[in-house]
Design a protein around this ligand. Structure first.
Ligand code: GLA
Length: 385
């Protein structure tokens, strides 16, 4: 957690004035339901107790002055000249400003300071947290009257246009709409959702960070999305009511997609079955059957690895390892894939012991440090003061 006083002091040091407002928006985890959001499917995420923090104040002119603590770097531009920049971190903020302008809302210049404790590149959606923290803070500062769903959507589109990742809505939705100690069962088509209590009995969630970040992740992500859309368009030629994989059955895939292209078939099938696993997992969670929840997570991992092909050796190693450990009931890679964290459901208090057991072997095999991250399900974006 980052203290308000620290944010205020740093803002003053950097910009020479007091901030008018402090806001935060968290990173997220996802229990199950991966690569389903951009296919109008279901996801089961929640915000975590690690967040991106912003401090902002209005300026007299039309300039925006930014400063990112993690990069110890500033960035300045004019509101009349908002466009993608070479400075990668600034794009998440510029993309949000661009979306606000696209919606015809007038804002004046502002200074914005950014800090946070969401590990970067760990698959915990630090980028969505930046977008949502900025959207949330500017909404309040300028009285823009966006609701939380609007802010999530603004963040998602900022990611599409200024970061080049055609992501779904999961990360931003979780960052703004989560409720403490609950997960969100979100229908990504209608954006209807329900809060499901995250009651794990004798177990807790522990993340293992591979410390791998593949540079190909965003192009592979966009490629998977294209394969899904291709499958939908083939099926749609015969069944015009079909708009997304949500409307597609396994029979339709067998009939139409399989004869045309095996790879597209396998990817589409994964998505349909992942929605089924999520439904099973949700029922198990509601009944307190944590073993069954965990089993669905292991199944999901296998499918993400061998069918959807978004895992990597490091993630597979970690999941295979814990699958042999009686204290672990479920584990899988989490998020877009190709690196980041695994999410594990582990007997309470056993996370550190297990991490210490795996870390030397992990290091020996991959030359990387294994990092253990403990998280709690927390509430979404909020104004701090
Ligand atoms: C990334 C995207 C999300 C989602 C996941 C995979 O986190 O930002 O929209 O597609 O990958 O489930």
């Amino acid at each position: 957690m980052i203290e308000s006083l620290q944010l205020k002091n740093r803002f003053k040091e950097v910009f020479g004035v007091e901030p008018q407002l402090l806001a935060k928006s968290p990173g997220r985890i996802n229990i199950i339901g991966e690569h389903t959001d951009y296919n109008d499917g279901f996801v089961l995420p929640t915000a975590i107790d690690k967040a991106i923090y912003v401090a902002v104040s209005k300026r007299e002119d039309n300039c925006i002055h930014l400063f990112a603590e993690d990069f110890n770097q500033g960035f300045e531009t004019d509101l009349k000249d908002i466009k993608p920049s070479e400075v990668a971190w600034a794009n998440y903020i510029l993309g949000v400003v661009h979306q606000i302008q696209e919606r015809g809302k007038i804002i004046s210049g502002f200074s914005l300071y950014l800090d946070g404790d969401v590990p970067l590149g760990a698959g915990l959606s630090s980028s969505a947290a930046v977008e949502c923290a900025v959207g949330f803070a500017l909404n309040e500062l300028f009285g823009l009257s966006f609701d939380r769903k609007d802010i999530a959507r603004i963040g998602q589109l900022a990611e599409h246009t200024y970061a080049g990742v055609k992501c779904g809505i999961m990360d931003q939705f979780a960052s703004v709409l989560s409720k403490k100690d609950h997960v969100i069962k979100l229908d990504c088509r209608s954006l209807d959702f329900e809060y499901v209590p995250l009651e794990l009995g004798d177990y807790e969630i522990v993340l293992f960070n591979t410390n791998v970040k593949h540079s190909l992740a965003s192009s592979a992500y966009n490629n998977r999305r294209e394969l899904c859309e291709r499958g939908v368009s083939w099926v749609g030629e015969k069944y015009p009511q079909v708009r997304s994989l949500r409307d597609v059955t396994l029979d339709m895939l067998d009939e139409i997609v399989r004869p045309k292209d095996e790879d597209t078939y396998v990817k589409c099938k994964y998505v349909i079955q992942e929605n089924e696993r999520l439904a099973n997992a949700c029922r198990a969670l509601e009944k307190g059957n944590i073993e069954e929840l965990g089993r669905q997570m292991f199944l999901a991992h296998r499918a993400l690895s061998s069918e959807y092909e978004v895992s990597c050796d490091e993630l597979d190693f970690l999941v295979d390892y814990v699958a042999q450990v009686p204290e672990v009931v479920g584990a899988r890679m989490m998020g877009g894939g190709f690196g980041g964290c695994t999410i594990n459901i582990i007997k309470k208090g056993y996370g550190d012991t297990l991490a210490n057991q795996i870390a030397p072997q992990y290091k020996e095999k991959f030359g990387l440090e294994l990092e253990v991250i403990f998280v709690n399900a927390d509430e979404g974006a909020r104004i701090i003061e």
